[in-house]
Design a protein around this ligand. Structure first.
Ligand SMILES: [Zn+2]
Ligand SMILES: [Zn+2]
Length: 61
């Protein structure tokens, strides 16, 4: 199961996460912004679920 995390803060150039079309990130544990013990996500959803599709629509509008 894949999760997408919507981060609190804008991603820095050091971000190693994979940006998804919905605007969420697939967190890379090595990411200095969002990895491991950081807690960046204000929202998490399952990849491809209703919320993800809604965000993708808003993002691509
Ligand atoms: Zn990151
Ligand atoms: Zn998503």
């Amino acid at each position: 199961m894949d999760f997408h995390d919507i981060p609190y803060a804008a991603t820095s150039p050091y971000c190693r996460c994979k940006l998804q079309t919905c605007g969420g990130l697939t967190i890379n544990p090595d990411c200095p912004d969002h990895g491991n013990k950081k807690n960046p996500a204000m929202e998490r959803h399952t990849a491809g679920n209703e919320r993800c599709q809604q965000l993708t629509k808003e993002n691509t509008r």
